[in-house]
Design a protein around this ligand. Sequence first.
Ligand SMILES: O=C(O)CCC(=O)C(=O)O
Ligand SMILES: [Fe+2]
Length: 362
Amino acid sequence: MATNFASIPILDFSLSQRAETKPQFLADLRTALTDVGFYYLKNHTIPLEDIDALVALIPDFFALPAAEKERVRMVHSPHFFGYSRFGAELTKGRVDQREQFDFGTSTASKWQPGDPEYLKLWGPSQWPDAALLPGFRAAFTSYVLRMQQLSHALLALVAEALQLAPDAFKHFFEADGNEDRAKIVKYPVPAPGSSDQGVGPHFDGGFLTLLLQASPHRGLQVQNRAGEWIDAPPVPGTFVVNIGKALETVTQGVAIATSHRVLSPEPGSTPRYSVPFFQMVSQSTVIGREVLDMPEEILKIKEARGQVIADSINYAEYNELPSGLVALIGRIKSHPDVAERHYPELFNKFFPDGLPKHGMAY
Ligand SMILES: O=C(O)CCC(=O)C(=O)O
Ligand SMILES: [Fe+2]
């Protein structure tokens, strides 16, 4: 096995659908999970013409009149769904140079008085007026539900690749259900001399992330164990799949979450677009208490691989806090303006000096 990856493997989903080719798929998946934490998935279940139709709608969303984007701003949503203006988001305290629209799989809220506050994360999305953006809501609602299905099919394959029962992860979604989240992101060309942090280095928090790179730009980079940034350029017809910290934790670090970042488009280029989908687990589950027994043979792969970059400070909370609270804390740190309005106590705890001064229009 390679001890340090220099490129991201491409896996062919159709091989997993035939008995004679499935073992090859599982072997390739095992290497991707244990050595890289990222892979491209080709020949997946989502028709490419549907993806093309969806991608065509993305610039139209960002071109909506300012008043309409304002109407669906995330600051109106205790679920952290909706539109975030350019420069409104932080990664580890630094401003990300991106504009985005967050949405999810649920159509109703769940929180009732007396429930833990983190259940407020679960709720409906805010959608732009259908008269201004015909087909947008239908296309992205259908997309997120299809991605949910695909993510569960992929998770069953992860279990098999790690020699666990195909339903080994099922209970992580059963305690109180789950709401998966997605977003549409625009990375504009930065003004001369300004930061090129599209999104800063980070780990994803949940189980699997399925990313659609929705324009031909490079910019996504993945960090290998030597600390080098490896390009993950768009490959037509694929999703990029990566492991989140929750899945890393429950597999005893066998499947690795890998740090990644996005660099802004080059000067003179055009905006980059992407659509990440985040598979979340039941909000009441304390991930650190649900670590799975892993087969000896699989643990040996982890030993042979050696040390991974373990900058997991943000996710140490997994050991004692419900996953919904970990997710809420992450959202609060990334979107302080939303937190100030909807979660004043937690806002004061994380931002005792008030809103960070980084030029965020509020
Ligand atoms: O836009 C991308 O390509 C990746 C975004 C990402 O890593 C994230 O939002 O977690
Ligand atoms: Fe990410």
